[in-house]
Design a protein around this ligand. Structure first.
Ligand SMILES: Nc1ncnc2c1ncn2[C@@H]1O[C@H](COP(=O)(O)OP(=O)(O)O)[C@@H](O)[C@H]1O
Ligand SMILES: [Mg+2]
Length: 553
């Protein structure tokens, strides 16, 4: 059993899975899931054709709104309940501990009869995820050989989680020299450990690097080997490997440690080692080491069987370590989900992140772009686009943010006080010919001299259209009486209707949406926008005003 072993290739072919994986990864009780892409998940308005369907879920959802605008208890709640009812599996990332996602999702699961599939991955429970071991087992080629570079990339991603801005702008891809050297070292360390012991643990990588000899002569000394984990590993890889290594690969690994790394200038060597090991520190001690460097009792593939895994290691409590842990799990989940065999309709799966600014990565764009065909999706909630702009930084953060957001076809805008978000929302929804009305009134009275009586009415209208797509219609009415010698009164009423290209929704209007709570009758308002959609209830426009009842169950 064990979900991993049902996949094509990889694990079962190699037959090298550590017993811990086979023994303890238990799939949740099976429940059915919706398959038809036209299945309605939410009813958005009175018109029949305005349902929000399974196909739309796969296109991704992005929610913005100020703190307290009703993201979580409004649209978030409606979406989550509908996903769980439809049998989705998924992962839930956790930024805040108060209120914690676990409590929220526990309630969602109860409401939808999904409690048996809800998994809490936290620092108190039974679950362990040796991500390197998992990554090794899912990165074997057809002959069962380790695809080392994929593991190196994964480890580099951990460190990138700490320097997020660089990564989002693609700067990490430039690979400056100081990043290449640790990559090389990592790659050889992984090959040696995998060959020698048939297992991979982050702390053993560090131990190997820290005990690597500084003199080429040590490689032939039995005494040196006694105190060096690195030498013991290399010796075993050469003479009694758990996973036989190609002689050519072994030669390169030995050459590297004996003639390159051992003879490196001490300062350079120390720089490389520090660059690498300092990034791993949060994972090498205490509960994080226990969770991520020991055995494996949870794998991302459980979500494909219906599990909802709450990664309850909130960033505000576990800081860097919580962030790295969740980034890792999320990335491995994304890769695992894209790897699914989709010849049959597979279970819909989601990645859910409130306070999403903590978790966005460039890989999200790649993931969401192909998620539809893999029946997977992303739901991100954040207060403002300014959060992303600040996180992304660099020369064109606004454009990068727009490009990022373009990957989510459905966007829900709740009340917002942030100007940048409101402007972006107004721009996305777009402009159209808008009628603007104006009016004027006047009254005059006075005394004067006039001869004879005089009475009259006049009315008139005029219209004009300009090339810019705007136009105006003016109509006016005026009347007056003038009698006697010394009395004169008059009034005028005018109204103007002008047609001009303008925002469908003015940026400022997002500041007035209702945000739930008793004072709003437990109603949260939002603007539901879907690029390319034509909502019947809004004259074929691509957006709809939607009210979410916070009491929904
Ligand atoms: N279940 C609920 N019933 C009534 N009011 C609620 C409920 N949940 C949240 N609220 C209130 O509704 C408003 C929106 O809350 P919330 O959805 O948490 O906003 P956000 O997630 O955007 O920060 C807040 O005023 C909050 O106090
Ligand atoms: Mg919230």
């Amino acid at each position: 059993m064990g979900l991993l072993f049902r996949r094509r290739g990889g694990l079962s072919a190699a037959g090298q899975e550590p017993p811990s994986l086979r023994r303890s990864v238990t799939p949740p009780p099976a429940i059915p899931f919706v398959r038809d892409l036209n299945t309605p998940l939410l009813k958005l308005g009175p018109s029949l054709g305005d349902d929000w369907q399974l196909r739309h879920a796969f296109e991704g959802v992005h929610v913005t709104g100020s703190t307290g605008s009703g993201k979580s208890s409004g649209s978030g709640r409606h979406l989550a309940l509908s996903y769980l009812r439809a049998g989705f599996g998924g992962i839930v990332l956790c930024a805040k501990s108060e209120p914690g996602e676990w409590d929220v999702w526990q309630e969602y699961a109860e409401q939808t009869g999904r409690s048996a599939q809800l998994i809490r991955f936290d620092d108190q429970g039974v679950y362990r995820f040796n991500f390197l071991e998992y990554a090794a087992l899912t990165n074997l080629d057809d002959k069962g050989r380790l695809i080392t570079m994929n593991l190196v990339e994964l480890i580099m991603k951990m460190s990138e989680a700490a320097s997020r801005g660089d990564e989002l702008q693609g700067r990490a891809a430039e690979q400056p020299f100081w990043k290449l050297a640790p990559r090389e070292l990592l790659s050889h360390a992984i090959d040696a450990l995998w060959a020698a012991w048939g297992r991979l643990k982050l702390d053993e990588i560090v131990q190997l690097i820290l005990t690597a000899p500084r003199k080429p002569e040590d490689f032939t000394s039995d005494k040196a080997r006694e105190s060096s984990f690195c030498l013991q590993t290399l010796h075993r890889a050469a003479y009694e490997p758990a996973n036989p290594i190609e002689p050519r690969d072994l030669f390169i690994v030995l050459q590297y440690f004996q003639h390159n790394f051992a003879t490196l200038d001490p300062e350079t060597r120390s720089n490389i080692v520090t660059t690498m090991t300092s990034q791993f520190t949060p994972f090498l001690k205490g509960v994080m080491r226990e969770l991520f460097c020991t055995e494996t009792t949870i794998v991302p593939e459980l979500t494909h069987e219906g599990a909802i895994i709450v990664l309850d290691l909130p960033v505000d409590r576990f800081r860097e370590a919580g962030m790295m842990a969740q980034h890792l799990f999320k990335y491995l989940w994304q890769v695992a989900t894209l790897r699914r065999d989709t010849r049959e309709a597979v279970r819909p799966c989601f990645c859910w992140a409130d306070e999403a600014q903590n978790f966005i990565t460039p890989f999200d764009m790649q993931f969401q772009a192909v998620a539809r065909s893999n029946r997977a999706c992303t739901v991100y909630l954040t207060q403002t686009v300014s959060n992303y702009i600040a996180m992304i930084g660099g020369g064109t953060p606004r454009e990068t943010t727009m490009a990022f957001l373009a990957n989510f076809v459905t966007k829900i805008f709740h009340r917002n006080d942030d100007h940048a978000t409101n402007e972006m929302a107004a721009e996305m929804i777009g402009r159209n010919l808008q009628l603007r009305a104006g009016s004027s009134r006047g009254f005059t009275a006075g005394e004067g001299r006039s001869r004879g009586d005089n009475q009259g009415w006049s009315s008139g209208s005029s219209s004009s259209y300009g090339n810019g797509g705007g136009g105006s219609i003016n109509s006016g009415f005026s009347g007056g009486t003038n009698s006697g010698v010394s009395f004169n009164s008059g009034f005028s009423v005018g109204s103007t209707l002008s047609e001009q290209m303008d925002f469908e929704i003015q940026p400022g209007a997002f500041g007035y949406l209702r945000s739930g709570g008793p004072e709003n009758g437990l109603c949260v308002e939002g603007v539901w926008f879907q690029a390319g959609r034509r909502f019947r209830a809004n004259r074929g426009r691509n957006f709809l005003s939607v009210a979410f009842d916070q009491r929904v169950r």
